[in-house]
Design a protein around this ligand. Structure first.
Ligand code: FAD
Length: 394
């Protein structure tokens, strides 16, 4: 691990993270600085691999699998520092934050040694093949079939909204080993190599032109026994575990990045004569102040979740509270930011024009935030059922 000592913890670890990020973020990577140039995929892969070598990814994973063997508190500290800087979103988060924890939980020793270091070193990007055209919120209705084929399986079906499938080397695939009527039972997880014959990836055009979404078609795809994760009927429990991890800990830096975005918006407004008066306007002042309280509330969800997980407690539906609050608040903020920055003077300084571009992207991306990892309505349903234990709705 570059320049780190094994006993570094707490504030010393924070200082290491802060110093390393300050000294190593490539020029042009920071979206809130002049000269920002969106990095390409190869640059993102190099950057994330470097972050791992510096001890800022794979923080809690055992050293035997390429991790750093630290605690979730240190994961939180690293994420707070990562969030404070406007660095690019992780391109490897499905591997690091969804597939990895599942493999650690139900993978064999051989699978952990084979898959996990490749994820952290950014040699293998993963995608998540859960949603289907008729099974999104109602994931238990999925129809992609896995049929036994000797010691392995044959997969046939269709996935949709598979982020990053065109670039991924492997797919964390949820498929049905039983009948559709079995619902939660008879679902299995697979780690399917994306270059297996019979897989067809079709990109979907997106509003932000990023081209990340795909449809993925599986036509009698052979999956070897060593790429089957857990038991054939263990898929649902493992999938639910993935989703609760996704809601609670995925991109833990979000609250701090949200704060960085708000500071960027205010800084940009101060630099333009048409925007400066908005900061004195009662309507905008109130909405900015409300955003600050939203940010503090999102932070206030993260920290107790980390403490509960460190103490070995189940976090239950708390991930839903956090996902709901962050996505709704961030969407409100994105609308505020675009409304404000859209009033910049035509000859505003380049810093303001760059901010305008950043907030346009955030605005478009925020539309999806109340949908992925479970929609707002689904989170509200979970909170009604599991937090409030209300009688089931009709
Ligand atoms: C940016 C983005 C990235 C994604 N990446 C992936 C990925 O990598 N892999 C993957 O597998 N999936 C991915 N998804 C898919 C995502 O998980 C689904 O879109 C989501 O689960 C909703 O499913 P759906 O789109 O089928 O909508 P539906 O389930 O059809 O829902 C349609 C509407 O009905 C509402 N609704 C549905 N059921 C209920 C209910 N019981 N009570 C109240 N309201 C209800 C929903 O809230 C929604 O408003 C991604 C989605 C987005 C937007």
């Amino acid at each position: 691990m570059d320049g780190m000592t094994p006993d570094l913890s707490g504030e010393a670890f924070r200082q290491h993270a802060r110093d390393w990020l300050r000294d190593n973020v490539p020029a042009g990577f920071l979206a809130d600085r002049p000269g920002y140039q969106p990095p390409n995929l190869a640059q993102c892969l190099d950057w994330e691999a470097a972050m791992h070598r510096a001890g800022l990814a794979g923080i809690t994973w055992p050293k035997a699998y390429g991790g750093h063997g630290r605690t979730l508190r240190e994961h939180l500290i690293a994420n707070q520092e990562i969030g404070r800087m406007a660095i690019p979103e992780s391109v490897g988060s499905i591997g690091k934050e969804l597939a990895g924890p599942i493999i650690l939980a139900i993978g064999t020793e051989e699978q952990k040694r084979r898959y996990l270091p490749a994820i952290l070193e950014m040699r293998e990007m993963w995608c998540q093949g859960f949603s289907e055209p008729e099974a999104g919120s109602d994931l238990a209705g999925l129809r992609t079939r896995a049929v036994k084929d000797g010691d392995g399986w044959r997969i046939t079906g269709q996935k949709i909204w598979t982020s990053g499938a065109a670039k991924a080397k492997r797919c964390l695939l949820l498929a049905r080993t039983g009948t559709v009527e079995d619902r939660h039972k008879g679902l299995a997880l697979f780690a399917v190599p994306m270059d297996t014959p019979g897989i067809r990836v079709v990109p979907i055009q997106e509003i932000n032109q990023k081209g990340s979404f795909c449809e993925v078609f599986f036509d009698d795809v052979r999956v070897e026994p060593e790429d089957t994760l857990g038991k054939p009927d263990e898929g649902w429990n493992a999938a639910i575990r993935v989703l609760s991890i996704e809601r609670a800990t995925n991109r833990m830096y979000r609250a701090w990045r949200f704060e960085n975005e708000l500071k960027h918006l205010i800084a940009a407004c101060k630099q333009d004569e048409a925007l400066r008066p908005l900061l004195e306007d009662g309507n905008y002042r109130q909405r900015i102040a409300a955003t600050v309280t939203d940010i503090e509330m999102v932070k206030g969800h993260v920290e107790p979740v980390v403490e509960a997980l460190v103490a070995g407690q189940s976090i239950g539906a708390r991930g839903s509270l956090m996902k709901l609050h962050w996505s709704e608040a961030h969407q409100r903020f994105a609308a505020l930011a675009i409304e404000m920055i859209g009033q910049a003077s035509p000859d505003a300084p380049s810093f303001v024009m760059a901010a305008q571009k950043r907030f346009q992207e955030i605005y478009l991306q925020a539309r999806a935030e109340t949908i992925y990892a479970g929609t707002t309505e689904i989170q509200l349903g979970i909170i009604a059922d599991r937090v409030l234990q209300l009688p089931k709705g009709k």
